[in-house]
Design a protein around this ligand. Sequence first.
Ligand SMILES: *Cc1c(COP(=O)(O)O)cnc(C)c1O
Length: 236
Amino acid sequence: MTSIADNIQVVWRRIRDAEIQSGRPAGSAQLLAVSKAQPVDALRTATAAGQVRFGENYLQEALPKIAALRDIPGLEWHFIGPLQSNKTRAVAEQFDWVHSVDRLKIAERLAAQRPPHLPPLQVCLQVNLSHEDTKSGLDLNDALPLALQIAALPGLSLRGLMAIPSPEWTDEQLHAGYRQLRETQQAIAKHLHAFDTLSIGMSDDLEIAIAEGATIVRIGTALFGQRAYPAKEEST
Ligand SMILES: *Cc1c(COP(=O)(O)O)cnc(C)c1O
């Protein structure tokens, strides 16, 4: 039996080793703990081990956890799941980041609904790299025009690109897909100075993602163990 605190140390080591391997500065890839399907106690244990960033996929599940952990200062909540119009208000009010914006209408709603007393909502565009119609995400070719439109909205800070790889991809395909994503991120960054984020890498491929420029890796299983329910994005 390994504990969450031990797992955090192991994942930190993996991230640090991958940074060194790729000649990147220590701390240039941040750890987002993906806590979907985990009970509040597991998140609390992770915070005691120093984890401050949490990623949640489902609003209904996330809101009670955010409320339950309000006594811990400095936590950062990232929404990483599919986002429908009727959920944008709660996301705009309760989260610090959204990784899964893939159309203008959602961004416009988040912008309008972000409470003015809060700092701008940090936003990434989700790209569909594998062209599976089951997955959300925009086409890589549409990223620049959409980014320019979204960057003009108030209440948001557009930060970069996010992608979920196909579970069938080989290491070579992961490298190639992530590299394409990074090239597009860098092209967009020429127009938008804060566009510095690449949200890629999960439990099984964080080393490849960091080699290809990940600035946020989203790790669930390697921190918390197997989930009690399968995530929608993962079931084919
Ligand atoms: C579940 C999930 C993760 C974490 O996946 P693991 O393989 O458990 O590390 C990362 N990103 C998204 C969008 C997810 O839904």
